[in-house]
Design a protein around this ligand. Structure first.
Ligand code: SAM
Length: 219
């Protein structure tokens, strides 16, 4: 999803450095303790938050946790910020950056959950390395996650889902929950599921939603 540049978003981001880290230097450590009022709360990161429906809803539902929206596009970051400010979400920070550097931005074993929602499929074989479930990304998530931390992935794209299951399996991850039709099953995860923008759109078109929760723990 490429959003058209919106000047108001760039301006809003520039006015709120306390809420948005705009393309920080990956070589410099980020002191998250200064950006959250209580950094001892569990930390959850969404990679590729888009306009932020999912992560702002979670942040509102769970004041007992801290959340990061990691998003490449400035316009999307501005949209997430607008919602954060409107809802007064002090437990949400926005990181406008490339997920390829996630392990530079967060300390090892600092994170409880990483969410990947409707990630760009990069269907062509020559673009495999850009998929957010390619093994180089999995390695970085593993570094950042606590040993029992979860990677939670949702998509409507059957090809990307099959690829991601293979990639996670080859990496030695454990599958804790798998669904090939999240919206039409009775599990606890399905009942508490928080929809993203893409999920809402694709489910309304009748597409099944695929989901997997996996961890890196050696069992
Ligand atoms: N998660 C949202 C949803 O489900 O509605 C948005 C999905 S959209 C298809 C994918 C988002 O991931 C886009 O906003 C894009 O800018 C972001 N993205 C793609 N690659 C990224 C990367 N390497 N680092 C951070 N964000 C990325």
């Amino acid at each position: 999803m490429r959003l058209r540049n919106k000047p108001w978003a760039t301006k809003l981001v520039a006015e709120h450095p306390e809420s948005v880290l705009d393309r920080p230097d990956p070589k410099r450590k980020i002191d998250w303790t200064k950006r959250f009022s209580d950094f001892s709360k569990p930390l959850e990161i969404e990679v590729g938050s888009g306009k932020g429906q999912f992560i702002t809803t979670l942040a509102q539902q769970h004041p007992e946790k801290n959340f990061i929206a990691l998003e490449l596009q400035m316009t999307a970051a501005g949209m997430i910020l607008r919602t954060k400010l409107a809802k007064g979400l002090t437990n949400l920070q926005i990181l406008c950056a490339d997920a390829a550097n996630i392990n530079c931005f967060f300390a090892p074993a600092s994170t409880n959950v990483i969410y990947l929602n409707f990630s760009d499929p990069w269907s062509k074989a020559r673009h495999e390395k850009r998929r957010l479930t390619y093994h180089t990304f999995l390695k970085k998530y593993q570094e950042v996650l606590q040993p029992s931390g979860q990677l939670e992935f949702k998509t409507d794209n059957a090809g990307l889902f099959a690829y991601s299951l293979k990639s996670m399996n080859n990496y030695g991850m454990n599958f804790d929950f798998v669904s090939v039709d999240l919206h039409h099953e009775q599990s606890e995860f399905a009942k508490t599921n928080v929809e993203t923008e893409y999920e809402h759109k694709f489910a309304a078109q009748g597409n099944p939603i695929y989901a997997v929760h996996a961890d890196f723990e050696v069992k």
